[in-house]
Design a protein around this ligand. Structure first.
Ligand SMILES: Nc1ncnc2c1ncn2[C@@H]1O[C@H](COP(=O)(O)OP(=O)(O)OP(=O)(O)O)[C@@H](O)[C@H]1O
Length: 604
């Protein structure tokens, strides 16, 4: 392999990785945090207890919907609770039985009919009992005794294919994005001619179809390159997850190494085959680059050495310049044009500066066989302000803006998806326009519109409705809003949670226009109660401003004349749910019993 001098900018060392993965944990709403289960994900079977009926009709189509994993949600006849009681896996250990203790379940009186071996005297926990739960729940296949899921499965499904409403689905058609898609294609077509395409920066607010359009164009590019046998690839990196130079380079290097190994294996096969023919018949080498078998042997040795040399980059531990040179050699191993798609590129710059972009954007001048081009996607229009001017001009050779969708455009998008996602006539006429109108109010976010439609469908399904109606959309809007609040509150730092709890206590005690001093007094007592550090009033005021910015409280500065100014605030989120989320934090668990004295005010 070629040895080259590559001196990348290394603004970081290899050992910094291992942090980004932690982010994923923040998106999960712990259902235990949410007593009414309002904040829990609808797809979460333990919280809903109501498997999607659509999953029965199309088992396995919805891999992210865990209800499909439920053995009871497939063919009802396979339902372990309704089959041969002796085979019933749930009856082996009654304590594991999800149905135990549910009084709404099948007629407990039938216990007498079937249970001869149940030992009620010993608590009924007779593990040898094959068909009776100790609480009297009968799990046999008697027609009259419907299992837990039978009722839920009996209705007509609303969804035909829920998967198409999920963010993971890449649509084959992207209405109202033709201009942007055509522009991308016009720029990238040079890759198919073996030239280097200009770098592209794609901007637009969240949910405006940037990623979906870019992925669509990439797929087209790759399939056309295969058709014409031109070596051209697109590598997608989500910089929200892969957010350091080390990780980006390591991920790219490993992808190329894997591809190179496949190329080497293929070349080796061909060389070995040629060799075995050429040993008996030297004329087989006539039309090849090899004059003699020895040359072929040398080539085989060289390829074997290349394969051995290609070492995967570990996800941590190497110095960054070593990762860079490994990536460099891997990408330049054979001729190709590579488009590196950096989604959420602003997150990469925010976390680790512009070194990665600097190194990538100047690579072409050093590469011998390959060419790279960068496609950056961002919803932060200002992130280029933080870039080195050279990086900025090279990266923004072409800029494509994705404007927000208006309500009519969202309606088209939803209609396209709804046609595939729902059963015929499963939606009333006003459902799609209402979802579109709600999402257009937000900022023309197609993701939000699709979420609304899916959630409305799920709520309708849960309530065993035949069709999705306007009220389900409104409920879905409330639920999504509440989920957002729950998520924001759950991920607040402990001190902010205590401050928020103080506001809640005051509000619950009927205090309106709460002022900073009142919050601080209660906050101090709460801190003492749970043994937390007490911050200064000034710091607490800052935390209140942060809560205000997050939309959790609404604070206004009011002048009290000669007594100076104070902040007056009220809660902008539902009290009960917010309180429940706060109490689910183990550090704040004890706070529930703390009842600091809240002084009544005459002006309330
Ligand atoms: N024109 C469209 N037609 C069909 N679906 C669309 C269209 N635009 C967006 N979507 C869908 O909306 C969702 C969000 O789109 P996408 O992820 O592309 O947005 P984005 O602009 O990249 O947002 P973000 O900046 O938050 O990543 C996806 O499910 C996508 O399939």
């Amino acid at each position: 392999m070629d040895e080259r001098e590559n001196t990348p900018q290394t603004g970081e060392s290899g050992d910094e990785s291992g942090t980004a993965g932690d982010r994923s944990g923040t998106t999960d709403v712990d259902e235990a945090d949410d007593p009414d289960n309002l904040g829990a994900d609808l797809d979460d079977p333990p919280s809903s207890g109501t498997p999607s009926r659509s999953d029965r009709s199309a088992p396995g189509t919805d891999e992210s919907d865990s209800t499909t994993d439920n053995p009871t949600s497939g063919d009802p006849t396979d339902n372990p609770t309704s089959g041969d009681p002796t085979d019933n896996p749930t009856s082996g250990d009654p304590t594991d039985n999800p149905t135990s203790g549910d009084s709404s379940l099948p007629d407990p009186t039938s216990i007498d009919d079937v249970s001869t071996d149940i030992d009620v005297g010993s608590g009924g926990r007779d593990r040898s009992s094959t068909d009776v739960d100790f609480d009297g729940v009968v799990l046999d296949d008697d027609d009259e005794n419907q299992g837990l899921f039978d009722d839920l499965l009996s209705g007509e499904p609303i969804f035909e294919n829920k998967e198409v409403l999920r963010p993971s689905y890449t649509p084959h058609e992207l209405p109202h994005r033709n201009d942007q898609i055509n522009r991308m294609a016009t720029i990238l077509v040079s890759a198919l001619r073996g030239e280097t395409p200009s770098n592209i920066l794609i901007y637009g607010k969240t949910g405006t179809g940037k990623t979906a359009s870019a992925k669509f164009v990439s797929q087209e590019l790759e399939s056309t390159s295969q058709k014409y046998d031109v070596p051209c690839e697109v590598e997608y990196i989500n910089c929200e997850v892969t957010d350091t130079q080390y990780r980006v380079l390591a991920q790219l290097a490993n992808t190329f190494i894997e591809q190179n190994q496949a190329v080497i294996a293929d070349r080796l096969d061909r060389c070995r085959e040629l060799r075995s023919t050429a040993v008996d018949d030297p004329s087989a080498l006539a039309d090849t680059e090899f004059a003699a078998v020895e040359e072929l042997d040398a080539r085989i040795e060289e390829l074997e050495a290349d394969a051995d040399e290609m070492e995967e980059v570990p996800m941590t531990g190497w110095p960054t310049d070593r990762v860079y040179s490994t990536f460099f050699e891997a990408v330049d191993y054979h001729e190709r044009v590579v488009v590196i798609m950096l989604d959420e590129i602003d997150k990469l710059v925010e976390k680790s500066g512009d070194d990665t972009l600097y190194n990538l954007s100047r690579m072409n001048s050093e590469l011998n066989r390959s060419r790279i081009s960068i496609m950056g996607i961002s919803n932060d229009l200002k992130f280029t302000d933080f870039l080195d001017p050279r990086v900025k001009s090279s990266l923004g050779e072409e800029e494509i803006v994705f404007p927000p969708y208006d309500a009519n455009q969202l309606r088209d998008i939803l209609q396209h998806r709804a046609d595939i996602a729902f059963k015929q006539d499963a939606l009333t006429d006003d459902v799609i326009p209402l979802c579109a109108a709600f999402a257009a109010q937000e900022h023309g976010d197609a993701r939000r519109a699709l979420d609304l439609l899916r959630t409305a469908g799920e709520l309708a399904e849960r309530s065993q409705a035949e069709i999705v109606a306007e009220k389900h959309v409104r409920q879905a809007q409330d639920k999504i809003e509440l989920d957002r609040v729950v998520e924001v509150v759950r991920t607040l730092p402990t001190q902010s949670k205590i401050v928020l709890f103080a506001v809640i206590l005051l509000e619950k005690n009927g205090v309106h226009n709460i002022n900073t001093g009142e919050v601080f007094n209660i906050y101090k007592r709460l801190c003492e109660e749970i043994d937390a550090d007490v911050l200064t009033q000034r710091r607490v005021t800052d935390l209140i401003s942060e809560l205000d910015m997050l939309g959790i409280v609404n604070a206004v500065v009011v002048s009290k004349g000669r007594y100076g100014r104070t902040k007056e605030m009220g809660l902008s989120v539902p009290v009960e749910e917010t309180e429940a989320v706060l109490l689910s934090d183990s550090r704040l668990g004890d706070i529930e019993n703390a009842q600091p004295f809240v002084q009544a005010r005459f002006d309330n």
